[in-house]
Design a protein around this ligand. Structure first.
Ligand SMILES: Cc1cc2nc3c(=O)[nH]c(=O)nc-3n(C[C@H](O)[C@H](O)[C@H](O)COP(=O)(O)OP(=O)(O)OC[C@H]3O[C@@H](n4cnc5c(N)ncnc54)[C@H](O)[C@@H]3O)c2cc1C
Length: 457
């Protein structure tokens, strides 16, 4: 797993010796993912400071046919940022510059290594907001969220990351750079390479900067937690919220057993005296106070068993902790198998109700936790109590999703975790095109070679 001396020299020349890490104590944190399920080793972590340095690093690796893994915040959940086969890690975190918002265009330019929280703060400082928000906001980066086309909490209203990206600067495997950062909202000059790079998971190019849309900051936000006796009732209530709440900002689902785990793990009080089977967290945001509108709609839900409404930030944050605490609480049970899937709206409730039994039929000792972005038909199925390399839960969950007409990845991507199962929901013709694109962008196959694109059958 060592690198030829000439390659190491070229990397040191490109970024300076201090930014080529080779000591396993220093590289270890770059070689394991956030969940602890995906682990690898790397001969070097290279930390370029700008796109020119990224270009020199990639050109050197391409020349020597050394595979690389681009890495941002390393919060990805499908193993795509981990050097599982001894790849060089190219960490983009030093490219964290954010330029000020242009209010005329409602756009800003950010380096690939800027965190989502930093972009949110920059947008907010200019009276705007950045529409992408997710639990990993303090660590996840612009480049990583583009590479995974991250979703998050407000897809329902603003769409995923792809919809926020107006332009991209990216370095190809051989070191050539494409730069489309002018911020043109209309540009019909052929293939949309910017959109193609969104969701490409570091397999086509390394994103070094992006021109991002920002949206109006909405002064008033109100959040409600609503309890139901069944998932079907909760899913039906999502439809009512969509129809009657024009300020709808987020609709999140979790279940009674997940809530119990979060309360125990984070030492939180239960939200309601009684236990219920399903919960929706419904948030509205608008220029004027939407609490009356939200209150009226929640009161009209005949199936609601208990309701808590929070208007001030501290109480709203408390309600969000019940939902956002799930990832952390589940993780402390041991490295989970994570499946991030979308179902057609009419299949969502039956899927949520049955998936625990589907998994336990093949792994009886498994525990299954379901929560997610109900407004998008997107649920996260987490399976604990199973060995990290046991594929049985993936086979069971992803096959069930495909049979129900869903997608095996709603927002986390394919990575290494789901590559084997991509043919479940992508046709042979589509996969041929994937391979042709990969070949066109990265003919020597050095960029994230184990990720996303399955090998020829
Ligand atoms: C607590 C928690 C909550 C989360 N919530 C959500 C959620 O709600 N929605 C959601 O979609 N995801 C969520 N995630 C997953 C994760 O945060 C996203 O996938 C995020 O987009 C990863 O960004 P990152 O910078 O950490 O990328 P990394 O993990 O470093 O990399 C992810 C992938 O992108 C590639 N990559 C990284 N940077 C670049 C670059 N500059 N150019 C090219 N390729 C690159 C990597 O090679 C890898 O394949 C969550 C994760 C955690 C830990």
């Amino acid at each position: 797993m060592s690198l030829p001396a000439a390659v190491l020299d070229a990397l040191r020349d490109a970024v300076g010796p201090a930014h080529v890490l080779t000591d396993p104590d220093a590289t270890g944190g770059y070689a394991i993912d956030w969940t602890g399920r995906f682990r690898g080793r790397t001969p070097a972590v290279v930390r370029p400071a700008d796109s020119d340095e990224v270009a020199r690093v990639l050109a050197a690796c391409n020349e020597a046919r050394v595979p690389v893994v681009p890495q941002g915040g390393n919060t990805g959940l499908v193993g795509g940022s981990v050097p599982g086969a001894g790849e060089v890690v190219v960490s983009l975190r030093r490219l964290d510059r954010i330029e000020s918002v242009d209010p005329r265009a409602a756009q800003l330019t950010a380096g690939a290594g800027a965190t989502i929280a930093a972009v949110q703060r920059a947008a907010s400082g200019a009276g705007f907001r950045y529409a992408v928000d997710l639990g990993a906001r303090e660590v996840a980066t612009v480049g990583g969220t583009i590479a995974t086309n991250a979703g998050g909490l407000h897809v329902l209203r603003y769409g995923p990351t792809r919809r926020q990206v107006v332009g991209i600067e990216a370095v190809l495997a051989d070191g050539r750079t494409i730069r489309r950062l002018e911020g043109l909202e209309k540009d019909n000059t052929g293939y949309d390479l910017v959109s193609l790079l969104c969701g490409s998971e570091g397999t086509l190019a390394v994103v070094t900067a992006a021109r991002l849309r920002v949206v109006p900051r909405l002064a008033c936000t109100v959040t409600a937690l609503v309890a139901f006796d069944s998932v079907a009732e909760a899913v039906d209530a999502v439809g009512t919220c969509r129809r009657d709440l024009d300020s709808l900002h987020a609709v999140e689902l979790f279940l009674g057993d997940g809530l119990q785990l979060v309360c125990e793990h984070l030492a939180l009080p239960r939200p309601f005296p009684d236990r219920h089977h399903a919960y929706l967290l419904v948030e509205c945001a608008a220029a004027t106070d939407p609490s009356e509108q939200l209150g009226d709609v929640v009161a009209s839900l005949a199936t609601a068993r208990a309701v808590a409404v929070a208007v001030d930030d501290a109480r709203r944050r408390n309600l969000w902790r019940y939902r956002e605490g799930h990832t952390e609480a589940i993780n402390q049970l041991g490295a989970p198998h994570k499946f991030d899937v979308t179902l057609p709206a009419d299949r969502l409730a039956p899927f949520v109700d049955s998936i625990g039994d589907v998994v336990r039929a093949v792994v009886p000792e498994a525990r299954v936790w379901v929560f997610g972005h109900a407004g998008d038909g997107n649920v996260h199925v987490n399976v604990t109590g199973v060995a990290p390399d046991d594929d049985a839960p993936a086979e069971a969950v992803l096959t069930a999703v495909a049979r129900a007409g869903g997608s095996i990845s709603a927002e986390h991507g394919i990575g290494v975790a789901k590559r084997r199962w991509l043919p479940l929901t992508r046709s042979a013709t589509e996969l041929e095109l994937f391979r042709a694109l990969k070949q066109a962008f990265d003919p020597r196959g050095i960029l994230n070679p184990r990720v996303l694109v399955p090998p020829e059958p």
